[in-house]
Design a protein around this ligand. Sequence first.
Ligand SMILES: [Zn+2]
Length: 256
Amino acid sequence: MSLSPVFYARQLRHELKLTGAVDLSLVADRMNIKIFEEALDAEGYLIQKGKEARIIINNNIGYETRKCFTIAHELGHFYMPHHQESIFRCLARDIQSYCSDRKLEYEANEFAGEFLLPAQELEKRLLQPPNLDMIKEFSKIYGTSLTATAVKVVQLTCEKIAVVLSESGEIKWFRKSESFPYWINKGPLHEWTYAYDFFTAGKSLPETPQKVQAMAWCQGVSREELIFEESMAFPNLNIVMTLLYIPYEEEFDAFY
Ligand SMILES: [Zn+2]
């Protein structure tokens, strides 16, 4: 029987006596793993031969936060005892989507999410319902990408919130909190969303959460229902990250 990736990530942090942001090159040194950057046909590799272990990451990864997540993902393959292959070849679509349907890839992402952003520390900082400013602040503290940070926050919060990633006008993936009651439409963005306006008309996105009709984002909702959309663009990547919130009833008018 294997334990959860979150358990293993916590165990490794505990063994190495880590708090706060992680220095991955130091961690790799202490675990006797060498890290290389090379031209690759994948996002990253973990290669183990006898007692030697190497992590190789693609040298075309432009963002430091993305490199860190990939290294932490490979550390997960190395550390979790039931990940026994001697070579793991990890693709960008599995690492970046946070919802890979390949079990070991999904587990390595969960490991990386907890190793870089420990729930017990984050929970102490989650004193208000999450918003983009809070996610930006956490990502700065822990050196993690905004999407990885948003995914972690959504996993932890008791608020009704979801993070949605759209690329070139299409919803690629979403993660929702346990209490968020709806499924989100994948595929082309609805024209009533602010994210749609960004992709189609190049409009800049509002800097505060905006009320929109929930049916523009979610399945199975009535026409009258409203939801808050807070979207942020990454123009170089042609990506928009959106937080969707449903305030609890008593908060709806007073909250924002
Ligand atoms: Zn992997």
